[in-house]
Design a protein around this ligand. Structure first.
Ligand code: ADP
Ligand code: ASP
Ligand code: MG
Length: 405
């Protein structure tokens, strides 16, 4: 088999961990498999680099940011290859560029366009274990790009697809995908398997165990992904196509996201074209709006429009909104950053009713006020006060019977 193994930040956090990774990789190779390894930067390294840049400038140039950020993964990929050689196995390290990972030029969140990888393929055929620096690529113009936070997951899935690998293993610091973040709810249960769609919802709703775009990619190209721990040999979670068994479970998981801000435009004249003007301005600024709620006052003359954006874009969105609000003759603009999005996810919701109301009742019973609601076929999300995040996750996890049996 050809196996891609991706090791996240905590799995390569120091020299001891890198040596342990090298041992696992060599063991896999000795079982007769070809192995392509993808590594993240050491835990905390990417944050440290971002922080450095912000000490120099409040708005560092993204092209230069990417060049700097790519260095964290370069270090671990070279070190891992050295550690593998030390164990007596042939290994060769590749940067994103050397792997031929071509992306678009949207710095700090580039999209992979193609992976050439001829040299790496040759090395694999010659019996080398290849070790690729995750999170990075290169544009046609040869500028270094990065793939968004958590982007090494995407590197791994895309490389697995390009190499036509039999399996893509994502090694992390938990045993697999759980019914909710096991670091918040110790009773959370590990799932043996989960559908691509559910995993995609969980990831995009805040479960950072897999990067959202990596799941999108895996689903599109049907890459079999297993999430496992690099700290033990426990079986992990298979992310795969939906099957009949999965529909029996109504709610598979609970996710939370504290990286949200809510902006409200108050007293906007209620007439056609207002929402279009507001959201076009925000979209043009490259900001993705998530939940939108509009209330018209009882006399029908004015409306309040509330929407959520990622906290990282909040300042930019607020400025933009204030300008447009003035132009539209609105009464004012308000922002709240102390909010969180709590979501329940499950393909079983397609065929069961009453799931949303059970969620609302559970939150109400525990005194958690709902600020906004959004639903789709397989998820329900509520915006709540951030201070109730952990409580809400725990009581919903309990209410939907997700705890260990
Ligand atoms: P890595 O550095 O290996 O990429 P991450 O920190 O990005 O690891 O992702 C692993 C973390 O994801 C876990 O430590 C856990 O806190 C968090 N997490 C959130 N939701 C879930 C979930 N449903 N199942 C498992 N882990 C989850
Ligand atoms: N090092 C990058 C990050 O911290 C990419 C990754 O870990 O996947 O976001
Ligand atoms: Mg990650």
């Amino acid at each position: 088999m050809l196996i891609v193994q991706k090791y996240g930040g905590t799995s390569v956090a120091n020299v001891e961990r890198i040596k342990a990774v090298a041992e696992r990789v060599v063991k896999t190779a000795k079982e007769g498999h070809k192995v392509a390894v993808v590594v993240s930067a050491m835990a905390g390294e990417t944050d440290k680099l971002i922080n450095l840049a912000h000490q120099v400038s409040s708005a560092p140039r993204e092209r230069e940011m990417d060049l700097m950020l790519s260095s964290g993964e370069r270090v671990t990929c070279a070190l891992t290859a050295i550690a593998i050689e030390e164990l007596g196995h042939k290994a060769m390290a590749f940067t994103g560029r050397q792997m031929g990972i071509i992306t678009d030029d949207v710095h700090t969140k580039a999209k992979i366009e193609k992976i050439a990888g001829e040299r790496a393929k040759k090395a694999l055929d010659e019996g080398y274990i290849i070790v690729v620096a995750g999170f990075q690529g290169i544009t046609e113009k040869e500028d270094v790009t990065t793939l968004g936070r958590g982007g090494s997951d995407l590197s791994a899935v895309a490389i697995a697809s390009a190499l036509n690998a039999d399996l893509c293993e994502i090694y992390t610091d938990v045993d697999g995908v759980y019914t909710t973040d096991p670091n918040i709810v110790p009773e959370a249960r590990k799932l043996d398997k989960i559908s691509y769609e559910e995993m995609l919802e969980l990831a995009s709703l805040g479960a950072k165990v897999l990067q959202t775009r990596s799941v999108e990619f895996a689903m599109k190209y049907e890459v079999p992904v297993v999430v496992r721990s690099s700290f033990n040999d426990n079986p992990g979670t298979l992310v795969t196509k939906e099957d009949k068994d999965m529909e029996k479970v109504i709610v598979s998981g609970v996710a939370y996201d504290k990286n949200q801000a809510k902006i409200t435009v108050m007293g906007v004249p209620d007439k056609p074209g207002i929402a279009a003007r507001l959201f076009k301005g925000i979209a043009d600024a490259g900001i993705v709006v998530d939940i939108i709620v509009q209330n018209v006052s009882s006399d029908g003359k004015a409306a309040d429009i509330s929407f959520t954006v990622p906290k990282t874009d909040a300042k930019k969105a607020l400025k933009m909104t204030e300008t447009i609000a003035k132009e539209l003759g609105a009464k004012g603009v308000d922002i709240r950053e102390d909010i969180a999005k709590i979501s329940i996810v499950g393909v079983g919701m397609r065929t069961h009713s009453g799931v949303a109301s059970q969620m609302f009742e559970t939150l109400a019973k525990h005194g958690v006020n709902i600020l906004m609601i959004s639903t789709s076929e397989i998820k329900v999300s509520c915006i709540i006060d951030a201070k109730y995040t952990e409580l809400a996750v725990r009581v919903l996890h309990d209410a939907f019977g997700l705890a260990q049996g």
